[in-house]
Design a protein around this ligand. Structure first.
Ligand SMILES: [Fe+2]
Ligand SMILES: [Fe+2]
Length: 176
């Protein structure tokens, strides 16, 4: 498999989860709102979509591409992609803060949480399409075959650490 194959497999799960999250968010009301459901969505976005997936893109793929001679178009797109990751992080933090308000009995935040989830569900497919159809295939020729193999191995190693990082965080959280 090529490195982008692994990232594209992850894209499919991100799309599926956000599609279901959007459906459920649109049916939520102030009366049946479940903070735990939103926490599950937030955990998926933070741990999987951001740390595990964007992590491989930013810390490995984009970092290696930055060492190559990218043309202006691809450089511009890479900056856009990084900026879009940041936008998704900000929107996710917004959801976390609103969910905390709900838990302190502010039920008025439910429509804002719904619209933030709907925003993410609309945002990601466009971001993913830009990577799958334009940026990944367009920049792949920058790498030799052995470099592609090395990237894939570094992706696997990055993934291998994620479960340990996740549960180290759980430990830090419960002892604080
Ligand atoms: Fe991305
Ligand atoms: Fe991606």
């Amino acid at each position: 498999m090529k490195p982008r194959g692994l990232l594209m497999i992850e894209h499919r799960l991100i799309e599926k989860v956000l599609s279901v999250a959007q459906q459920k968010a649109l049916s939520m009301t102030e009366l049946d709102y479940q903070p735990a459901f939103v926490e599950t969505i937030v955990d998926f976005i933070k741990t999987y979509a951001d740390r595990t997936h964007h992590g491989k893109e930013e810390d490995i793929l984009f970092t290696e591409l930055a060492k190559k001679k990218l043309d202006d178009d691809h450089l511009r797109i890479m900056k856009e992609l990084i900026d879009e990751h940041q936008q998704a992080r900000s929107k996710t933090e917004e959801i976390v803060e609103l969910n905390e308000k709900f838990k302190k009995d502010d039920r008025s935040v439910v429509p804002a949480i719904t619209s933030a989830i709907v925003w993410l569900a609309g945002f990601y497919p466009a971001h993913i399409q830009k990577e799958d159809a334009v940026f990944f295939p367009g920049t792949e020729p920058q790498f030799r075959q052995d470099e592609l193999e090395d990237l894939l191995n570094r992706f696997y190693e990055f993934d291998r650490m994620m479960i340990h990082e996740k549960y180290q965080k759980v430990y830090q959280f419960i002892k604080s």
